[in-house]
Design a protein around this ligand. Structure first.
Ligand code: COA
Length: 311
């Protein structure tokens, strides 16, 4: 990657609703049970509630506080979401107002790959002169879920994660990025206006492992690294079995994967930043580490990036 101006993450934060919904809670109204959900997905519980903008604002404020930055020092807020509060305006406008950011605001919708897409776009803005950006992934999938449809209801959750990205001279932290899409597969995961989330779980599972492995291998190679150089993998949290299969095929020990799906379920654009912040807060990701972010989602879209943490 050729750049004379890169970025580093200087702050991070998350927000999740207070309401915890366990697998046992779901089995009261659905023909399902805790053992099936845990064995097939790795999910124990999820958080439900709030709006996408509320969660994004809370996570964004936490990231600003951690970075020691004021809202008026941010050139733009980029919100990755597939569950906007409204069709128009973009939810990032509500976030801009709620936080008091004086810069620009726009949404990115690349489904569950959205945060890595947003992070890549943000690095592009830094390269052309932006100083500081707030990148957020926030979702309220619960709002587009049919809670009588067990195939989807057991999988989803709400939440948000955010990072502050600051410009540095030189290449910064982002060593490579791979963004991909295949719109001929858009029927596999969709939500029509006013409708509910539909997914062909089996087919997505099959495709997801392939695109994660292919894009991750490409990102690692473009970073000039091998899989052995990867210290930590922060995958999209859709199903623990997808994470396990992807690690096995990549040849990355599963212990290097950050897993938060047990607590939060699939939170789409929020899942990678939720996992990233978990790794940071528990000391699993430190300056100098090579971290692989990799996601896939509706579209289909996929995205992988390798960061040299701390630049
Ligand atoms: N509770 C209990 N049983 C369930 C169930 C549930 N929530 N959902 C399905 N079942 C049953 C099925 O009816 C089937 O029963 P049968 O064998 O009697 O026909 C059995 O469990 C197995 O179903 P299957 O669909 O084959 O399960 P699976 O192992 O493929 O797991 C998913 C289903 C959805 C968990 C899995 O396919 C998946 O996670 N796919 C990826 C989804 C995804 O990533 N989506 C987001 C993309 S960003």
């Amino acid at each position: 990657m050729i750049t004379t101006r890169g970025g580093i993450v200087t702050g991070w934060g998350i927000a999740v609703p207070d309401k915890v919904v366990t697998n046992d809670d779901l089995s009261v109204t659905l023909d399902t049970n805790d053992a099936w959900i845990q064995e097939r997905t790795g999910i124990r519980e999820r958080r439900i509630g709030g709006t996408t903008s509320q969660l994004a604002i809370e996570a964004g404020l936490a990231a600003l506080a951690k970075a020691g930055r004021r809202p008026d020092e941010i050139d733009a807020v980029i919100l990755a979401t597939t569950t906007p509060d409204q069709m128009v305006p973009a939810t990032s406008a509500t976030v801009q107002d709620g936080i008091g950011i004086t810069g620009g605001a726009f949404d990115v919708n690349a489904a569950c790959s959205g945060f890595v897409y947003a992070l890549s776009v943000a690095h592009g803005l830094l390269a052309i002169g932006a100083e500081r950006l707030l990148v957020i992934g926030a979702e309220t999938l619960s709002r587009i879920t049919d809670w009588d449809e067990r195939g989807v209801a057991v999988l989803v959750g709400d939440g948000a994660g955010a990072v502050v990205l600051e410009a540095v001279d030189g290449p910064g932290q982002l060593l490579s990025w791979v963004l991909g899409a295949d719109g001929s597969l858009r029927h596999l995961l969709k939500c029509d206006h006013g409708g509910y989330l539909y997914m062909d779980g089996k087919e997505i599972f099959r495709k997801a492992v392939r695109v994660v492995v292919d894009s991750a291998e490409q990102a690692i190679a473009e970073a000039g690294l091998t899989v052995d150089d990867i210290d930590l993998i922060v995958p999209h949290q859709a199903n623990l079995r997808i994470i396990t299969a992807a690690c096995q095929r990549l040849g990355i020990p599963e212990e290097k994967a950050v897993v938060v799906i047990d607590r939060y379920g699939n939170t789409s654009s929020a899942s990678i930043p939720l996992a990233l912040v978990d790794a940071l807060d528990t000391g699993r990701l430190e300056k100098g580490d090579h971290v692989l972010l990799t996601g896939f989602g509706g579209g289909m879209t996929w995205a992988s990036a390798v960061l040299h943490w701390g630049g």
